[in-house]
Design a protein around this ligand. Structure first.
Ligand SMILES: O=C(O)C1=C[C@@H](OP(=O)(O)O)[C@@H](O)[C@H](O)C1
Ligand SMILES: C=C(OP(=O)(O)O)C(=O)O
Length: 431
């Protein structure tokens, strides 16, 4: 059952400080790397969201001992060779990252297992992972030749590959790297465009040797990982909703602490700067293997921009909320080269365009993105989330500037990445 939520904020301003919760990508990887390494890995700042809990659930079924205490997690493992064959399905929920990275990891293990996810996951393409992994020797059975889950994986011996990525995707790159750890020989991956590099950074943090040079990544198989301590930075993809809110809601000034500032993720900052957002950024002293810092944002006079090319992988998950910002910017915003949006939790080009149109935005879908003319005053409407957390949060932020209330059909889906989103939003509202 889904619960609809009425968002009725009376002309608020946003003031105050938020500590941004843990990064989803890094949280998933902290569990996976802790499960591969022998010994005890400790994690702080872990994101307890539905997607990350799906990852924990899968690894628990593989026999890895994981204990969670708020944002602290402890993973005790005897290494991949000690994982046990699960006697149940591995349920990956709504999480593309869990599904694709597990397909890579399990391919070179001694384990047979079956991966299944929710309705959205069952429609998301997996051949981008299973095709290159089959070239490494992996064995999968799944609908349409390994395109869709449920997918059965029969772990086997793998060999290294030399792979040129046809798509800019950190999930594909990471699945191959995780398989390459167990493969014979040196795997070489040539990226089409630089995508988030959390896997490469975490491999180094756990003691592996990996070389990255001019978008070419090399990893020798057979390396063992050493358990360690991981500090998860706050998720810039979550911070993005408050960066945009601070910029578009009148009389606002927000301080966002603990924001992950890995340069492969900061495309949103580049886009906001280009659109005239008034922001200051201060880097924290480096605590672990990922940069973080504090961003102060205030109400801004915005202008349209062209967002495309190699910026897209650096802000892919932020496009729904950037589209909302663009409705309040002077002139035309063109978002292009973003076809990948069609294969996320839902088709995010259609979802963003349909829902912002209902609020009165001047927005048109294109084959690879959207075009928005602004500024346009927005009004209330009944919106659909399509079960997609990022569409739900976009709608909630939009409701702060609409002339009448917005209703969303499924507010719970937001806990996929940001369980305390509404709590944090309420804490900075001045009505
Ligand atoms: O590797 C990751 O953690 C992610 C990579 C991106 O997906 P793609 O690899 O499909 O671009 C992103 O959209 C997703 O939210 C998380
Ligand atoms: C696309 C996303 O995640 P995933 O691919 O892991 O489902 C997201 O969080 O926006």
């Amino acid at each position: 059952m889904t619960i609809s939520k009425v968002l009725d904020y009376a002309k608020p301003s946003l003031k105050g400080t938020l500590r941004i919760p843990g990064d989803k990508s890094v949280s998933h990887r902290s569990i996976m790397f802790g499960a591969i390494a022998k010994g005890t890995t400790t994690v702080e700042g872990f994101l307890q969201s539905d997607d990350c809990l799906s990852t924990i659930d899968c690894f628990s079924k593989l026999g890895v001992a994981i204990s969670v205490d708020g944002e602290k997690v402890e993973i005790k493992s005897e290494g991949l060779a000690a994982w046990k064959e699960p006697n149940e399905l591995l349920y990956t929920g709504n999480s593309g990252t869990t599904t694709r990275l597990l397909l890579g990891l399990l391919a070179g293990s001694h384990i047979s297992s079956v991966l299944i996810g929710d309705e959205s996951i069952q429609k998301r393409p997996m051949r981008r992972v299973t095709d290159p992994l089959k070239q490494m020797g992996a064995k999968y059975i799944g609908r349409e030749n390994g395109q869709y889950t449920p997918i059965a994986v029969e772990g086997t011996k793998l060999r290294a590959i030399n792979y040129e990525m046809p798509v800019a995707s950190a999930q594909v790159k990471s699945a191959i790297l995780l398989a390459a750890l167990n493969a014979e020989g040196e795997t070489v991956i040539k990226e089409l465009e630089t995508s988030r590099d959390h896997t490469e950074k975490m491999l180094q943090h756990f003691g592996a040797t990996i070389s990255v040079d001019d978008q070419t990544i090399r990893l020798q198989g057979g390396q063992t990982l050493t358990s360690t301590h991981v500090v998860v930075p706050g998720d810039i993809s979550s911070a993005a909703f408050f960066l945009v809110a601070g910029a578009i809601v009148p009389n606002s000034n927000l301080t966002l602490q603990n924001v992950g500032l890995n340069p492969t993720r900061t495309g949103i900052i580049d886009a906001l700067n280009e659109m005239g957002t008034s922001m200051t950024i201060e880097l924290d002293e480096l605590k672990s293997h990922e940069e973080m810092g504090t961003i102060v944002v205030e109400t801004s006079s915005l202008k349209g921009a062209v967002i495309g090319g190699d910026l897209i992988p650096r802000l892919i998950d932020e496009i729904p909320i950037i589209a909302l910002l663009a409705t309040q910017a002077h002139g035309k915003t063109v978002i292009k080269d973003a076809e990948e949006l069609k294969v996320k939790e839902t088709n995010r080009i259609d979802a963003v365009v349909n829902e912002l149109k209902k609020l009165g935005a001047n927005i048109t879908a294109t084959d690879d993105g959207m075009i928005i003319e602004g500024p346009t005053p927005l009004h209330g409407a009944d919106l659909q989330t399509y079960g997609d957390h990022r569409i739900g949060m976009m709608a909630a932020i939009a409701s702060l500037i609409t002339s009448s209330p917005v209703t969303i059909d499924n507010a719970e889906c937001i806990s996929v990445s940001y369980p305390n989103f509404f709590e944090q939003l309420t804490s900075v509202l001045n009505e």
